[in-house]
Design a protein around this ligand. Structure first.
Ligand code: NAI
Length: 335
């Protein structure tokens, strides 16, 4: 089986080559993203493998089906960049629903600790032999309340980590998980209550029509002064303009973003020699209390191996059986 692999980065190849060779799947690596203009590169392949910032819209799907391509294998969990409704009955879409929830949850805590203990500032200072502590005062997480939106695989691991820090957990999920609540320490509440009572808010839900801009101006107004916002899920869960205004108004104490609304043309690439056109991102990055990482929460050795293994299995399942347990099936709510 021959697969056209889009948006390839050097760290993708070792694991995909290993599992590809083992199971007879040959990957052709293209550095370019999958778009309406680059889709023609997939001609002659049996399937395409795409990532979070590739475009799998109706036009791309139509062109893929015209070329006789039967499978789009997403090597990620989220699939908000796929027109799942249009794909129905035209092309199979598979994904990697779980690879390492620990990778993302641990990165979320790494961002939180870096931010509130000012590690990003201290690191730069000490490299310049500046050992002053002025401006580095943080706060204890112990006894604070974290609001977790989305208590799926990642949200639950993050909740466990927060429990270890002695935090109280408030959670909101459209489909609450059985057995997740734990007396006064872990409770499901309404979104409003979560906004009003949390010292830290962490997003772990998918991006859907319902969750788009779940953190917007109205939500920020409801939050405690000094709230820390963590987003390692999908950029458009947060209205970046509203976040920036909340920071300027000193309402938001800190923000840690591994994802950004308009990340697709920027993240994963070295833009250091370019003039950044996105004023909102530039202003956010300039803030002393904002930390931005470039969609790297998933990036651990364990996760890369698991992603490659599951993707190869998904492709083989579709080829052999015409179905996969990891198929993305269109539902009306698309959630
Ligand atoms: P999951 O599917 O296990 O959990 C998602 C949870 O969100 C579920 O409990 C679901 O009921 C809940 N949910 C659905 N609609 C909701 C709504 N309207 N309001 C509140 N909750 C809602 O997914 P998992 O594996 O925990 O991943 C969560 C998100 O993390 C993914 O959707 C993806 O966007 C993001 N992600 C980010 C990565 C990164 O590198 N930064 C890597 C992997 C995932």
């Amino acid at each position: 089986m021959k697969i056209a692999f889009f948006d390839t980065k050097p760290y993708d190849k070792p694991a995909f080559d290993k599992y590809g060779e083992k199971y007879g799947v040959k990957f052709k690596y293209f550095e370019t993203k999958l778009t309406e203009d680059t889709v023609k590169l997939a001609n002659g392949y049996d399937g395409v493998c795409a990532f979070v910032n590739d475009t799998v819209n109706a036009e791309v799907i139509d062109k893929l089906t015209e070329m006789g391509i039967k499978t789009v294998a997403m090597r990620c969990a989220g699939y908000n960049n796929v027109d799942v409704k249009h794909a129905k009955d035209r092309i199979k879409v598979v994904r990697v629903p779980a690879y390492s929830p620990y990778a993302v949850a641990e990165h979320t805590m790494a961002l939180l600790l870096t931010s509130i203990r000012r590690i990003h500032k201290a690191y730069i200072r000490s490299r310049d032999f500046n050992f002053s502590l002025s401006g580095l005062t943080g706060f204890d997480l112990h006894g604070k309340t974290v609001g977790i939106i989305g208590t799926g695989k990642i949200g639950r691991v993050f909740a466990d980590i927060c429990k270890g820090f002695g935090m109280k957990i408030l959670a909101y999920d459209k489909y609450p998980a059985d057995g997740f609540e734990d007396g006064d320490r872990v409770k499901y509440v309404s979104l409003d209550q979560l906004f009003k009572q949390s010292d830290v808010i962490s997003l772990h839900c998918p991006l859907t029509d319902e969750t788009y801009h779940v953190i917007d101006e109205t939500a920020i107004e409801k939050c405690k002064k000094g709230v820390v916002i963590l987003n390692t899920s999908r950029g458009a869960l947060v209205d970046a303009e509203a976040l920036l205004n909340g920071i300027k108004a000193r309402k938001i104490g800190a923000a840690c973003l591994d994802v950004y609304e308009e990340e697709s043309d920027l993240f994963f690439e070295d833009n250091s020699g370019h003039i950044l056109e996105d004023d909102t991102l530039a202003r956010l990055i300039s803030m002393p209390n904002v930390i931005v990482t470039s969609h790297q929460a998933f990036l651990t050795e364990e996760a890369l191996i698991s992603i490659a293994e599951t993707t190869v299995k998904n492709l083989l399942d579709i080829e052999k059986f015409g179905k996969s347990e990891n198929e993305v099936v269109y539902k009306n709510s698309n959630s």
